[in-house]
Design a protein. Structure first.
Length: 536
């Protein structure tokens, strides 16, 4: 692969070398940013969306209405030492000085970069264009100031691309240059190095756009959980920086609370024992479950980490605040605006899992169960997983050979688990929820009636499709309205077709013995754990 000069041989010579070399990077913990805006729920949120979409971890959000005193904001900037700061504020032409006030706060902090003490901290200004000269006066001598188009030129418009492109360029010029071996790596690559999360988002966005579907992707790690979504062409990414499966596993317990965690465990467990097990995982983050009991516990924790991260994501993935509101920016300090999440679960077509606890679960049924319990998909949703963490590399490849990246993603990266059928609605347990008939490729037809609280699994090969006729009861909706039938073609997978008639929102029995028996029944129905689980 490497010639005498230390370069990768390309194009390939027979079986030696390669045709293309690309790379992503999470060097130094990835790109760490702070963002600032005038109003937390408007311009600051747009800045946060731009930074997250570029693959960064947002360390903090500074805003004039964040209830902190000026000196507290200054101290925060100085203590965090981000790789980059993005400033937004005001619509173009607004005759106020609020964006200057937030800029003065950053200037007073005289921020220093986390890496490379000899460099000025990169700062991007994406605010009111008539304030650019004043911003230059405040920051040009102290920072590496970069000016791009306003993120929110009007209340009704959000323009994220210029800021995201500038973040990416500065990442290469400033952050990556401090990483050991960067110069050598740059001689090898055939495309710009991308932050790993940005690359994951790029391939999900491309595939969803090409197929004209709505998709959600999740990457759960030891310290963070990333959620990506593309709904009706709008892309969003969030990072839950304190929800992970090892280094920040204790935060999952703290955020979810003990009752929410215990509800997923199908056996009795002493609270003190549970806390000790979680602490042991935190101080020994590289350990993996050695017993079935430990595996069930880890996957219960994963459900809560995913659930909490998705709640955060849905709260962030909202339509623009202030749209079609006849008011000024300053009015936003005193008026709340209605917002609605862009994520509609009945419209979700594809849910993709990535990360150790999901991708490497011993059985695909376990991955499917974690996804269903955490995300609570509704209607007809395909479930899949990235079993070898190929998505970041395909994200970079999609910038050069989009068709090749899409084909590899579809045929080699994703393992399809199957399709989840989950009627939306709630009714008394035991009442009819759904009747269905399914015609498999061999022509055989299977029919059944499912009651509220029941789950059912039908095997269907990964490359097979079946014709499904759904007839929900009057309290339930499978995508066409309450009580309206649906005829749809569904794809199989390693798990097959999963019917989930437990209702949305999901409610588990309050009495411990009833809850444990119910969990065991669901697990047995879907063959989630081996028969030995019944002995616990």
């Amino acid at each position: 692969m490497i010639n005498d000069e230390g370069h990768i041989i390309r194009p390939a010579l027979g079986n030696i070398g390669c045709d293309l070399y690309i790379s992503t990077s999470s060097a130094g913990g990835g790109l760490q940013m702070m963002v600032a805006g005038v109003v937390r729920s408007m311009t600051a949120e747009s800045a946060e969306r731009a930074a997250l979409g570029a693959g960064s971890i947002v360390m903090d959000v500074i805003a004039l209405n964040d209830k902190r005193l000026p000196h507290e904001r200054i101290e925060r900037i100085q203590s965090l030492r981000p790789d980059m700061i993005l400033i937004a504020g005001e619509t173009d032409g607004a005759n106020t000085d609020k964006v200057i006030k937030i800029t003065e706060t950053i200037g007073a902090a005289d921020p220093k970069p986390r890496l490379g003490s000899n460099f000025k901290l990169p700062v991007i200004y994406a605010g009111n264009k008539i304030r650019r000269d004043e911003v230059k006066t405040i920051l040009e001598e102290k920072t590496d100031l970069n000016i791009v188009d306003n993120l929110r030129p009007t209340l009704e418009e959000e323009r994220l691309l210029p800021a995201r492109e500038k973040i990416h360029n500065l990442f290469l010029e400033h952050v990556m240059k401090q990483a050991p071996g960067y110069g050598k790596l740059m001689k090898w690559v055939d495309a710009d190095i991308m932050p790993t999360p940005a690359a994951v988002g790029a391939i999900l966005k491309r595939v969803a756009t090409e197929k004209n579907i709505n998709a959600v992707g999740v990457d759960i790690g030891g310290a963070t959980t990333d959620i990506f979504s593309l709904f009706e062409g709008e892309f969003n990414r969030t990072v839950s920086a304190n929800l992970g499966m090892s280094y920040s596993i204790s935060n999952v317990l703290a955020e979810s609370g003990l009752p929410n965690l215990i509800r997923w465990i199908p056996f009795g467990l002493d609270e003190r024992d549970l806390r000790n097990r979680i602490k042991n995982k935190m101080i020994r983050p590289t350990t993996i479950p050695q017993t079935l009991e430990e595996l069930i516990l880890e996957q219960a924790i994963a459900k809560e980490a995913l659930r909490l991260s998705f709640i955060h994501h849905k709260a962030f993935a909202t339509r623009l605040k202030g749209v079609q509101q006849q008011r000024t920016i300053s009015d936003s300090f005193d008026q709340d605006t209605d917002s609605q999440s862009t994520i509609e679960m009945l419209d979700l077509n594809l849910l993709v899992a990535s990360g150790g606890v999901l991708s490497h679960a011993p059985q695909p049924e376990q991955t499917a169960m974690m996804l269903i319990d955490a995300f609570l998909p509704e209607g007809i949703t395909q479930l899949a997983k990235d079993s070898i963490f190929m998505m970041p590399h395909l994200g970079v490849l999609s910038q050069i050979h989009p068709q090749a990246a899409t084909e590899v993603f579809e045929n080699d990266c994703l393992i399809y688990l199957g399709t989840c059928i989950a009627p939306r609605g709630i009714a008394k347990k035991g009442r009819k929820a759904l009747s269905f008939s399914i015609q498999k490729p061999d022509g055989k037809v299977e029919k059944d009636i499912l009651k509220v609280g029941e789950m059912k699994r039908i095997t269907l090969d990964i490359n097979s499709k079946a014709q499904l006729n759904l007839d929900p009861s009057s309290e339930f909706d499978v995508g066409q309205g309450k009580g309206v039938p649906l005829n749809v073609s569904v794809r199989g997978g390693s798990v097959g077709i999963i019917f989930d008639c437990r209702g949305r929102p999901l409610s588990l029995p309050k009495i411990s013995d009833e809850r444990i028996n119910q969990l065991k029944l669901w697990f047995r129905t879907l063959d989630v754990y081996p028969e030995e689980a019944e002995k616990i």
